[in-house]
Design a protein around this ligand. Structure first.
Ligand SMILES: Cc1cc2nc3c(=O)[nH]c(=O)nc-3n(C[C@H](O)[C@H](O)[C@H](O)COP(=O)(O)OP(=O)(O)OC[C@H]3O[C@@H](n4cnc5c(N)ncnc54)[C@H](O)[C@@H]3O)c2cc1C
Length: 344
């Protein structure tokens, strides 16, 4: 019997597991991929993420997790009308495979047990514990007093537990050799409706020019991507000599009000699967903060699941307000996010 099983070794799961292991809890992390695993991501750690890592892991992000240019100077956001706004902020540029793996190693260093190549496939709650069905080279079960579900956008366990189907945004990005007349230290987001159904973006990772669009209707990807490439050629001197890689991923679609699914009984959700995600897909800070919060709630109210839930909601109240304000802010810049004006 584990005290807690954490599903998913992303930033949310690793942070929750580290805090629980630090407190002396018997923790198991299950991760469906082989670690270090790939995660499609712009890999921008905003200052808030860096500060949270320092606070909860007691160390700075190591150079081995970074890619060039290592320093991110902030975001340049172009609104509906093509007007650019610069938001200066000292952040970092990381590869998620190395960064997430480093976080997970720290959780293991604190005493958490980690099983990668192991998927959680269902769970069943009893009065005093929860049984998790797992699949690796065989299917078997483990029991714990609590399960913290940090499975990100996939949300297999959450969908089964709540019986709901989440709405997604599909991201499409390419990694290219070439050149562009932009300061490579910034992350660029474009909100013009002719360039995407959500946002389009540009950033750099280890000399590769990354260009992406996000859509609700996947059949529209070629249309928006071509528009975006044309726009970047005309406005920023983009010249692609070779496309090395392209990839699709999903993000949860956050709706007005920023509803959060906290969990029920002995099963709690944290990070992206709970609905913690800031505009332009900034989710690492929200994952780390919510993962840490739910872990502290479990530690403090271990014998009373209902109190864990109440405490978790209280601890993440400010995080939710921060998220609502961020969405409200972008809603003021772009019609695409119009419905989020009512986020507060
Ligand atoms: C294109 C793109 C760009 C982004 N750029 C940024 C950015 O620059 N900065 C930023 O802060 N955020 C960014 N985000 C958002 C960020 O990636 C996520 O919000 C963040 O990864 C959420 O962390 P998490 O730990 O909750 O989930 P994840 O990082 O997705 O981790 C979940 C883990 O759970 C595992 N898992 C899933 N299901 C199961 C299961 N059933 N059993 C076991 N394991 C399971 C997965 O394999 C995964 O390792 C971006 C997202 C996308 C799609």
């Amino acid at each position: 019997m584990y005290d807690v099983i954490v599903i998913g070794a992303g930033p949310t799961g690793a942070t929750a597991a580290k805090a629980l292991a630090d407190s002396g809890s018997k923790v198991l992390i299950v991760e469906r991929m082989k670690l270090p695993r790939y995660k499609s991501c712009s890999g921008v750690l905003i200052k808030k993420s860096m500060d949270l890592v320092q606070q909860y892991f007691g160390k700075a992000v190591p150079a081995s997790a970074m890619c060039t240019p290592t320093d991110n100077h902030g975001m340049i956001l172009t609104d509906d009308n093509g007007k650019a706004y610069t938001f200066e902020q000292g952040g970092l540029n990381v590869w998620r495979s190395s960064f997430d793996n480093w976080l997970a190693e720290n959780a293991v260093g604190a005493g958490a047990e980690l099983r990668d190549c192991t998927s959680a496939i269902s769970c069943e709650q009893s009065t005093d514990y929860i049984t998790l069905r797992l699949h690796s080279d065989r299917t078997y079960t483990e029991q714990a007093r609590y399960v913290i579900d940090c499975e990100g956008v996939m949300s297999v366990i959450k969908r089964k537990a709540l019986g709901t189907s989440p709405e997604f945004i599909t991201t499409f990005q390419t990694f290219n050799e070439g050149k562009i007349d932009l300061d490579l230290h910034y992350f660029y987001a474009y909100l013009q409706p002719e360039l995407s159904e959500y946002d389009a973006w540009f950033n750099v990772k280890d000399e590769m020019l990354v260009l992406g669009v996000a859509v609700r209707d996947t059949s529209r990807i070629p249309h928006y991507y071509d528009n975006f490439i044309r726009y970047m050629k005309e406005n920023h001197g983009l010249a692609i000599t070779k496309t090395m890689k392209q990839e699709r991923w999903l993000m949860p679609r956050i709706r007005s009000g920023c509803n959060i699914d906290y969990g029920m009984g002995r099963l709690f959700f944290a990070g992206e699967v709970a609905g913690f995600l800031n505009p332009m897909g900034e989710g690492i800070s929200a994952g780390i903060e919510s993962g840490h919060s739910v872990a502290l709630s479990v530690i403090e109210h271990f014998e009373a699941p209902a109190s864990v839930l109440d405490d978790y909601k209280k601890r993440t109240e400010m995080l939710k307000v921060y998220m609502q304000r961020q969405w409200h802010f972008v809603a003021g810049m772009s019609k695409t996010f119009g419905e989020m004006r009512a986020a507060l």
